[in-house]
Design a protein around this ligand. Structure first.
Ligand SMILES: *Cc1c(COP(=O)(O)O)cnc(C)c1O
Length: 392
């Protein structure tokens, strides 16, 4: 008999009832160190006082307003994002995959309205992840996500990751945009080198294409800059954001330049919940903290400390781990043993990590991870790695 919850997830036997900072507590009182943060969502950890205050304060006033009316919380967050990024305009969604939907629509509409209606194709890369909507799975194109769900939304061209020649050859008169994660998350923490992001920008400029960055996972301070592409010194035309932007409240956004967004005129897109007052009040509180240069400088400092210790962990357990990769607090441990075994051993050692493709264990801790938490993380990961080779 089918369970009452549609069984699409393999769930660990852990039931958390409360959290504080980087710590989660189970119903039977176990405390686990959370290096997953709900997959890069709880950017400021659990129960951050400023976010609790923003949410409860807004909850006393008004929860939902249609986008038929002015929503000051939404306006304030859009203004702040525009002030701090490449973008001229913002549309709020409830999730990353909805941001993908709009990014695709926006790119196509741009060329349609610019008198180039044949430019509909969007180039994407193997190992990418853009969400589970029909556009999201068609964009990523992996067998695992698309099998059985056809016919798939057409117009996506899938290329091998990091193959410059294939990319050059793939650009035609039908190409509208290149869509890429500056650091692949689900794909196994695979960063795109700064030089390649620069190259993509140049290629898009040379061919009149739009560059779309999916920063759903790598954005919002995760790499120690507000957005990951800032490290490369290049900006996209359209950017998808979600996960960390709401700090745990469902919120996403598409940020765009005026030119890229030019086709999105009155009535061309909408969302009932997107940009609701609760989400935007929390999102503004998140950005007020994460957008501070001092906060990001401290993220970089702590990320450096964590990474250095992880290099030591890998060296101490050469049979378990191969290497560390990633940027800031978006780190991957490439494993030699099955990554799911390493994650499970972590649970037994009271530390939460997240598996990814390419046999990687992801560390996506709250950006507020303290120095003490880092020491504790290493003790627990070390215990997990030791236990996995000498099971009790
Ligand atoms: C999680 C993720 C998405 C999808 O976001 P949802 O909120 O789950 O729809 C899209 N792109 C990337 C890079 C992601 O990590």
């Amino acid at each position: 008999m089918i369970p009452s919850l549609l069984p699409t997830y393999s769930r660990a036997p852990l039931t958390f009832v409360s959290g504080s900072g980087a710590w989660l507590e189970t119903e039977d009182g176990r405390r686990l160190l959370d290096l997953g943060a709900g997959i890069a969502v709880n950017a400021l950890g659990h129960a951050h006082p400023a976010l609790v205050a923003a949410l409860t304060d807004q909850a006393q006033k008004v929860w939902h307003l249609s986008n038929l009316y002015q929503i000051p919380q939404q306006q304030a967050l859009a203004d702040a994002l525009v002030a701090q990024t490449f973008a001229d305009t913002v549309f709020f969604t409830n999730s990353g995959t909805e941001a993908c939907e709009l990014a695709v629509k926006m790119a196509r509409k741009h060329f349609h309205d610019a008198g180039q209606p044949d430019r509909v194709e969007i180039i994407t890369f193997d190992g990418s992840f853009h969400g589970r909507s029909s556009a999201g799975i068609a964009a990523a194109g992996s067998e695992k996500m698309t099998r059985g769900f056809g016919p798939l939304l057409p117009g996506f061209v899938h290329l091998p990751f990091g193959d410059h020649d294939a990319l050059k050859a793939a650009i035609t008169d039908h190409t509208a945009a290149i869509l890429i994660e500056p650091i692949q998350g689900e794909g196994g923490i695979r960063p795109v080198p700064d030089q390649c992001l620069k190259g993509l920008r140049e290629m898009c400029d040379a061919h009149g294409l739009l560059l779309i960055f999916d920063e759903v996972q790598c954005g919002m301070g995760r790499t120690g800059k507000l957005f990951a592409h800032e490290w490369a010194g290049v900006a996209p035309d359209i950017m998808m954001v979600a996960k960390g932007i709401g700090g745990g409240f469902p919120l996403g956004a598409v940020l765009a330049t005026e030119t890229a967004a030019s086709g999105m005129t009155l009535g061309t897109h909408g969302s009932t919940y997107g940009g609701n007052p609760l989400g935007c009040a929390v999102g503004k509180a998140v950005l007020d903290i994460v957008g501070e240069p001092d906060f990001l400088a401290d993220v970089n400092r702590r990320a450096g400390a964590l990474r250095q210790k992880l290099e030591g962990l890998v060296a101490a357990h050469p049979d378990v781990f191969d290497s560390v990769r990633g940027s800031g607090l978006m780190l991957g441990l490439k494993c030699k043993l099955p990554n799911t075994d390493v994650v499970a051993a972590g649970y037994d050692a009271d530390v939460i990590t997240v598996p990814a493709a390419d046999n990687v264990v992801r560390l996506l801790p709250p950006l507020t991870l303290t120095d003490e938490d880092i020491s504790e993380a290493l003790k627990r990961l070390d215990r997990a790695a030791s236990a996995i080779l000498t099971p009790a």
